[in-house]
Design a protein around this ligand. Sequence first.
Ligand SMILES: *Cc1c(COP(=O)(O)O)cnc(C)c1O
Length: 230
Amino acid sequence: MIKENLKIVEENILAACKRAGRSRDEVTLIAVSKTKPVEMLREAIEHGMVDFGENKVQEMCDKIDVIPEKLNWHMIGHLQRNKVKYIVDKSYLIHSVDSLRLAEQINAEAQKKNVVCDILLEVNIANEESKFGLSSEEVPELLAKIKNMKNVRVKGLMTIAPFVDNPEDNREHFRNLHKLFIDMREQTSDNISMEVLSMGMTGDYEVAIEEGATMVRVGTGIFGARNYNI
Ligand SMILES: *Cc1c(COP(=O)(O)O)cnc(C)c1O
C-alpha cells in the first residue's frame, strides 16, 4: 500500500511542479509518520523516503532509537520548552517555533550540546483561534530577536492551513505566507536565511506547491488514515 501511495503522491507533486513551472527538486516530501508503527516507516525507507515528520517528542525519540538509518527527522508538532533538550541534536529541522521563549530554550539547549539547530517559525496564517503560531506581524519582530542567537538558525516559515473540504479555499492563505516569506528574505543575517516554506498536507499539498511550498508534509496520503484510539 505504501509503495502505491508514494507513487501517487510523487506523481501529484510532479504534476503540481509542472503546472507552476517549478523543478521537482525544489520540493521536499516529508512523510508524516506520527502514530504509525516502525514497520511502516521501514517500508517507506525501502522506497526511498529520507524525510520523516513526527509531532511528539517521545515518539520521535523512540523511533530514532530503533531505526539505524540516517534520516532527516522533522519535529512538526507543538513543542514544550521542557522537552527541547531531548530533540535539539536529533532534529533535522524543528518546524513549530512560535515564541521567543521557545527559540531561547532551543538556543540554550543547542549551546549545551554544541550544535546549531535549524528551525522554522510557525505562522497562524489564517488567524485561527484554535491554532498555535505567530501572526504575520509578529514574524519580523521575532526574527529581529533571534538574530543574535548563536546556536539557532532560522531556515524559513511553516504553517498549518485550515482544514477545508476544497483545497482551493487554502490557496489565498498559502499565497499570503509565500508573500511574507519573500518579504522576510530581506531580514537575512548570519543565522537567518529564508529558504524553506513548509506548507501543504494530504488535502492541499498540490495547491501549496503551486503557491511556492518547498516542503510538503504528507501523512494520510502515504500511510493511510490514523487511528488515535489504539
Ligand atoms: C499530522 C500532520 C500533518 C499530516 O497530515 P495529513 O493530513 O495526514 O497529511 C502535517 N503537518 C502537521 C503539522 C501535522 O501535525
